[in-house]
Ligand binder design. Sequence first.
Ligand code: NAG
Ligand code: NAG
Ligand code: NAG
Ligand code: NAG
Ligand code: NAG
Ligand code: NAG
Ligand code: NAG
Ligand code: NAG
Ligand code: NAG
Ligand code: NAG
Ligand code: NAG
Ligand code: CU
Length: 621
Amino acid sequence: MSTLMSPSKEGSSSNHDLETKAEHEGLALNETRITPIKRSGRRKLLVITGAVVVVLALALGLGLGLGLKKTSNSSYVTTNSSFLLDPNFVVTSTPTTRYYEFVISEAVGSPDGFQRPMLVVNNQFPGPLVEVNSGDELVVNVFNQLSNGTTIHWHGQLQNGTNYMDGTNGITQCPIPPGMNFTYRFTINPNQYGTFWYHAHASTQYTDGIYGPLIIHSPSEPIYGQYDREALVILSDWYHVMSSGLLTQYLSAAGIDGSNYGGVNPGAEPPPDSGLINGKMNGSSMDLQPNLRYRLRLINMGTMTEFMFSVDSHVLSVVEADGTSLAPVNVHRVPIHVAQRYSVILTTNQTTGSYNVRAEMRSTCYKLSNPNLNTMVLATMTYGASPSTPNTQDWSDAIPSLCLDLNSTMVVPQIAMNPPNSTETVQIAMSFQQTTQSGGTQTLAFMNNTSWLADSTNPTLLQMSKVGIQTVFDSNQFVIVNNNITVVDLILNNYDDSSHPFHLHGHVFWIIGEGGGSYMSGVSQLNMINPPRRDTLTLPGYGWVAIRFITDNPGLWAFHCHIGWHMAAGMLMQFASLPSQIQQLQIPSYLSNQCAQQSGGLRMMMYVERLNVKTVERKSD
Ligand SMILES: *[C@@H]1O[C@H](CO)[C@@H](O)[C@H](O)[C@H]1NC(C)=O
Ligand SMILES: *[C@@H]1O[C@H](CO)[C@@H](O)[C@H](O)[C@H]1NC(C)=O
Ligand SMILES: *[C@@H]1O[C@H](CO)[C@@H](O)[C@H](O)[C@H]1NC(C)=O
Ligand SMILES: *[C@@H]1O[C@H](CO)[C@@H](O)[C@H](O)[C@H]1NC(C)=O
Ligand SMILES: *[C@@H]1O[C@H](CO)[C@@H](O)[C@H](O)[C@H]1NC(C)=O
Ligand SMILES: *[C@@H]1O[C@H](CO)[C@@H](O)[C@H](O)[C@H]1NC(C)=O
Ligand SMILES: *[C@@H]1O[C@H](CO)[C@@H](O)[C@H](O)[C@H]1NC(C)=O
Ligand SMILES: *[C@@H]1O[C@H](CO)[C@@H](O)[C@H](O)[C@H]1NC(C)=O
Ligand SMILES: *[C@@H]1O[C@H](CO)[C@@H](O)[C@H](O)[C@H]1NC(C)=O
Ligand SMILES: *[C@@H]1O[C@H](CO)[C@@H](O)[C@H](O)[C@H]1NC(C)=O
Ligand SMILES: *[C@@H]1O[C@H](CO)[C@@H](O)[C@H](O)[C@H]1NC(C)=O
Ligand SMILES: [Cu+2]
């Protein structure tokens, strides 16, 4: 049995390497003209840009009401008492159509004991379970009762031929206007199964509670039948205030209000106030039966926190990562970053009683610390006895200091696939940079030279569906267009000190390499033998990753950091695959109608306009 990886030596030294290179050799940094800022501690490099940043918080429409149900008589959020899956769900390869109704609304809840307004699906938190078989058609009518526009994204779904159902604001659709519906209708890929989720994909809305599990069963899943029961374990970090206010502070010149966190630090993310397991802090209970094998489906639905998951006295056998069945590997703890999923098999064969289930928040990876945050989030697992407060011991294995993925040597797909040779290499530099605005400086995230900004009135998919390969995107969109089916090597260099969980929409990619420092062609090691396949991976601080994927899925696909604050700060780029096929997509007319409604004056989302971004380099000490 392996316990968890030891902290990467590469990672910790790469910080130094990078600065050495930048300052003395003028290598990677000068070459790419990326002049990252260090978002914590002493700043060595400073970038001044001639950017004009206008923040238009057009709260138009908030007061209009438009006959919407207002939330003054707010209902109280409910949370399921059990997260066991129904063992009678019929797993079959005969597809059917499954219908769901989602009402998105504001409601009041207190997941961790602190009452606050939340944004929820069907008044439930976490949102309702969507459970399907591979090949099923899924129809979800989303009724937006919020005062702002929203979208729902189906994380990890390939959406082959239905890119317009991907639910990504500014890319595949406009926000569903308040009081309107959008019906998501798509076929679950017949070869896709495992643990997925859905969440709002407009600004930072999902942080406020719009998320839930999406489970895809299949008799062809390699691990199918190797367990007796299944349970969901939903992990999330949690705030005591609405994310929109925190986002405004985070993107402001001064950064977030640091009075609670030992000082102001522009560019530093607001640290959460608590952590939750299945929508509760310390309160969730898992009532199991003895001598059964449980498939625990772990999903990190949080905004910025990597969790370290474990169950006292129970070895976990990891068998799935992001929908790929794995050769089982036994661990004591599983690190799980934002938007990732793992299935682990837990056998209830120890002394009957209650045990601690632990989701430890990796707060060492925050820029600011919240003195009121309790990083040890607990639930209680009981079998063969009545539940009691557990008196069980944590595993003694050291927890690595860096926020990295499960060592990729432990993520070995059961269905082996070596990637085809690549035909194209795309290298991207990711960094945070300071840009000037009228009131001072603002810290934004850049993919090469572009800090993404959603165009909530004219999504890139609609643009390309009209104009095809000739589309000229605005300067806030970094889009890599592939007119042919190619095999892309995407190499991402991180010039920031934090790790970032990156997600590629519409694809399952191979992780062919990762390391500290910058990628060096011919020197950096790549693995072509059955590499891990998943949809979300962690890019190490001051490190690199290389992923490989095939552009055989027509559409506009976001590639972004899943840390909500970072995506909102611009850490997103897009792949546009097969423009001629994009022009053939059967995009429902109500999708463009809802866009027309946005430009008609109801601009609900905070809109940040950035003009004339030019980077000038300046060193200071
Ligand atoms: C991953 O595991 C391999 C094999 O045990 C080891 O050589 C390597 O150092 C590990 N990587 C990290 C980052 O811990
Ligand atoms: C991103 O910038 C790097 C460094 O300048 C460059 O080599 C690379 O081609 C750029 N990537 C794209 C897709 O333009
Ligand atoms: C919540 O409970 C209801 C009723 O028992 C059930 O139908 C639903 O699937 C549950 N949701 C989750 C997420 O377990
Ligand atoms: C939206 O869907 C809900 C629930 O199905 C329905 O009651 C409502 O009339 C629909 N609204 C619009 C504008 O279509
Ligand atoms: C949760 O449990 C931990 C560990 O027992 C404890 O330190 C913490 O105070 C608890 N939090 C609450 C809100 O009960
Ligand atoms: C419990 O089950 C695990 C996993 O199958 C096994 O490795 C272990 O030996 C079992 N322990 C006992 C006490 O039966
Ligand atoms: C793939 O690349 C390897 C190494 O360059 C080469 O030996 C092999 O022939 C290539 N395979 C195909 C199918 O082109
Ligand atoms: C970024 O833009 C600057 C100035 O426009 C240019 O010189 C530089 O090569 C660009 N860097 C990348 C990585 O594309
Ligand atoms: C892409 O496809 C077009 C039309 O099918 C073809 O003419 C062109 O040569 C292809 N380009 C590449 C780089 O393969
Ligand atoms: C998408 O569908 C096309 C056409 O059926 C197929 O060639 C392609 O391989 C599919 N891609 C994925 C990722 O399923
Ligand atoms: C709606 O958006 C505005 C502007 O970003 C924000 O101030 C407000 O808090 C949002 N309302 C909700 C309920 O999220
Ligand atoms: Cu990030």
